[in-house]
Design a protein around this ligand. Structure first.
Ligand code: PEP
Length: 258
């Protein structure tokens, strides 16, 4: 299984010119690399998906940052999974902590989105993780457990292989603090156990479990490689093509060395 390097570009790249500068810079950075063990997935804002599709760089897969669970109809302002599929998206981030925080997304709403993504042939990247208060009151594992179980309620075994889970402690996002490798491993073991309980060993073992939160070239060794994660979800650093490609290279090279 290739390691996944997911770049969440969030609400950035404000104009077509900025997007084009980003894409041509990224193309240059990618030109020198032949990473066989890692794969970059970029999730730009919806308005840029078509341009990313046309850019069509074989070293980058495409994803979206969110979606609505219905396929079509009177849902002003929303984006359908069918639209994402038609724009060549393979992945869609679901339940990012910013969606939970600013848009009040509940585990129930996230569950509907996961089911719809899977039904429409998209691979959902389910984000879970505790807030600072929850960490300080030692609720980390129970929060992760509830989030994973409620988001995946009713998902069939046959679809399990399409799911990606990202452990993203909310307190580590957008700052400069990251969990220890042991804390990340503990979260990963818990998530894997829940997946095994839900889907059985055969399917659950192939589900990638990523780490997200302040990943950069300095932290990636501890938060991904030492903690045995299947990849990373990157916010800020994904806006810097040289950093994104460097992180992907570090993870790729760690697989070669094994
Ligand atoms: C994120 O928002 O998912 C994220 C990981 O952001 P950052 O890398 O900036 O901490």
């Amino acid at each position: 299984m290739k390691k996944l390097i997911v770049g969440n570009l969030k609400m950035n790249l404000l104009s077509p010119e900025e997007r084009e500068r980003y894409l041509s810079w990224l193309k240059k950075e990618l030109a020198g690399r032949k990473d066989k063990h890692s794969e970059i997935v970029l999730c730009p804002p919806f308005v840029h998906l078509e341009a990313f599709k046309k850019w069509n760089n074989r070293k980058v897969r495409l994803g979206a940052q969110d979606m609505f669970p219905e396929s079509k109809g009177s849902y002003t302002g929303e984006i359908s999974p069918v639209m994402l599929k038609n724009l060549s998206c393979e992945y869609v981030i679901i339940g990012h902590s910013e969606r939970r925080r600013y848009f009040g997304e509940s585990n129930g709403a996230i569950n509907l989105k996961i089911a719809s993504a899977l039904k429409n042939g998209l691979k959902p990247i389910l984000c879970v993780g505790e807030t600072r208060e929850e960490k300080e009151s030692e609720q980390t594992l129970s929060v992760i457990s509830n989030q994973v179980k409620e988001a995946l309620l009713g998902v069939s075994r046959a679809k399990a292989e399409q799911i990606v889970v990202a452990y993203e402690p909310v307190w580590a996002i957008g700052g400069d603090k990251v969990p220890t490798a042991n804390e990340i491993m503990e979260a990963k073991l818990l998530i894997r156990k829940i997946l095994v309980d839900l889907f059985g060993k055969k399917y659950a073992e192939s589900t990638p479990i990523l780490y997200g939160g302040s990943v950069n070239t300095k932290t990636v060794g501890g938060v991904c490689i030492d903690s045995g994660m299947d990849g990373v979800l990157i916010g800020r650093e994904s806006l810097q093509p040289h950093e994104l490609v460097k992180i992907s290279g570090i993870i790729n090279d760690s697989c070669v060395l094994k």
